[in-house]
Design a protein around this ligand. Structure first.
Ligand code: ACO
Length: 382
């Protein structure tokens, strides 16, 4: 007789701990970081202000913000051994595999790698936040045979990203768009990648290992990989006039899902998607073409009027319109998820430090459904 226990498939609705970092209210479509509404933060905050808010539990004053900006910019340099190794990776490697592998290698050059004190974790978190941005900006250059560009000490992370990617002074509008994207993606409760990071840390493992777990988990198309998949879908649709037929053939037929729509927690509109929708519209109006926005907007409108999507409370999530924003900024499609990863670094490291401060091994159970009491059969009799 198998013991009767409730199986929480996919850990749906399971609360694993307390956290002061963010509140995700799925039924009302609200997101709060450390007490502040995401809409206010997206409109006003610098990414570094969010980093401070998550790590310290309050907003910084001007001097504290400038100090953290400098600390991260100074720590954003990637050791030359790691850059040399990245240059050896296959040029067609998946950018998330590149980031995951390079971050793992960073651990071996980090002077605090195997130190577990709160101060050591804080120093590693600063380095990881800067170095991830440098690595994400470096890969598109390296795979084209270009030299990566070192971070500047005078820039914010968002500005440094665009500068290192393009090799020239970035346009302020582009920096603002990347900063908003980073703020919106920084933190999101007990999502799958954050959970992975906390599980790894809970065994007494180190921060870099926890981040490698998180990156591997973010990569999947049900999670962070959806931004790349959403853009590929818009490109497959190709033209605004194809949206209705594509929807009928691929979605109404039940063959596929719309990538960038649906969420485990949000049963109302993801508030990040609302901000990104407006941003995608604005940025597309000033671009060479607004066709990608028109395709995304028409497909979302079609889905919103469809009974299947209405009954299941399926709305665009953060990945849907962020694909349009990133594409319009000139980011290569397969790089999108790495930009999500570099933005989430502050959230992951905050959760890791929170877990470390009050750790208990994360070790759930599984319901065994295999056979019992089988007689042992010697090898020659099988
Ligand atoms: N398109 C069409 N139908 C969908 C979609 C979609 N995008 N998402 C969910 N559904 C349907 C499912 O088929 C299912 O229908 P059913 O009840 O008739 O079987 C129902 O809605 C519930 O879906 P589940 O997969 O059970 O929901 P779950 O909470 O496990 O999955 C997920 C959530 C993975 C995000 C899902 O909505 C999905 O696959 N979306 C597309 C991928 C995506 O955008 N991922 C990014 C999420 S946001 C983030 O991680 C940053």
């Amino acid at each position: 007789m198998v013991e009767q226990v409730k199986v929480h498939k996919g850990l749906d609705g399971v609360v694993i701990d307390e956290s002061r970092l963010s509140l995700v209210n799925g039924s009302e479509g609200k997101l709060i970081y450390g007490g502040y509404k995401i809409e206010d933060l997206a409109a006003h905050a610098l990414y570094e202000e969010i980093v401070f808010l998550l790590w310290e539990g309050r907003l910084p004053n001007a001097a504290e913000l400038e100090q953290l900006r400098q600390d991260i910019a100074n720590a954003a340099v990637v050791p030359p051994q790691v850059i040399e190794a990245v240059k050896q990776y296959p040029k067609d490697a998946d950018p998330m595999a590149v980031l995951r592998t390079a971050i793992s290698m960073l651990a071996m050059y980090d002077p605090d790698s195997e130190k577990y004190t709160p101060d050591a974790n804080h120093r590693k978190a600063i380095r990881l936040n800067g170095q991830a941005v440098t690595l994400v900006a470096a890969w598109p250059r390296i795979r084209k045979g270009l030299e990566p560009i070192a971070p500047r000490k005078d820039l914010t992370l968002a500005a440094n990203f665009m500068y290192m990617l393009e090799g020239k002074e970035p346009a302020q509008a582009d920096v603002d768009a990347i900063n908003t994207f980073m703020v919106l993606l920084t933190e999101h409760g007990m999502n799958a990648s954050t959970f992975s990071s906390r599980v790894t840390l809970s065994t007494g493992s180190d921060m870099h290992s926890a981040i490698v777990s998180a990156i591997g988990t973010l990569k999947g198309p049900a999670h962070g990989g959806a931004n790349t998949e959403a853009m590929k879908m818009f490109m497959e649709i190709g033209e605004p006039e194809n949206v209705a037929t594509w929807f009928e053939e691929n979605i109404k037929s039940g063959k596929r899902r719309i990538m960038g729509i649906g969420h485990r927690v949000y049963k109302a509109l993801d508030p990040r998607a609302a901000v990104l929708h407006k941003r995608a519209e604005a940025i597309s109006k000033g671009a060479r073409t607004d066709k990608w926005y028109v395709i995304a907007d028409s497909l979302a409108t079609l889905a919103r009027a469809d009974s299947y999507f209405i009954e299941r409370n399926l709305y665009p999530n953060v990945d849907y319109f962020s694909a349009i924003v990133l594409y319009t900024l000139g980011i290569e499609v397969d790089m999108f998820t790495t930009l999500f990863a570099m933005s989430r670094m502050a959230g992951w490291t905050a959760h890791i430090m929170e877990q470390a401060a009050n750790n208990r091994l994360v070790r759930p159970e599984v319901l065994y459904t295999g056979p019992l009491d089988l007689p042992w059969v010697p090898l020659e009799e099988r």
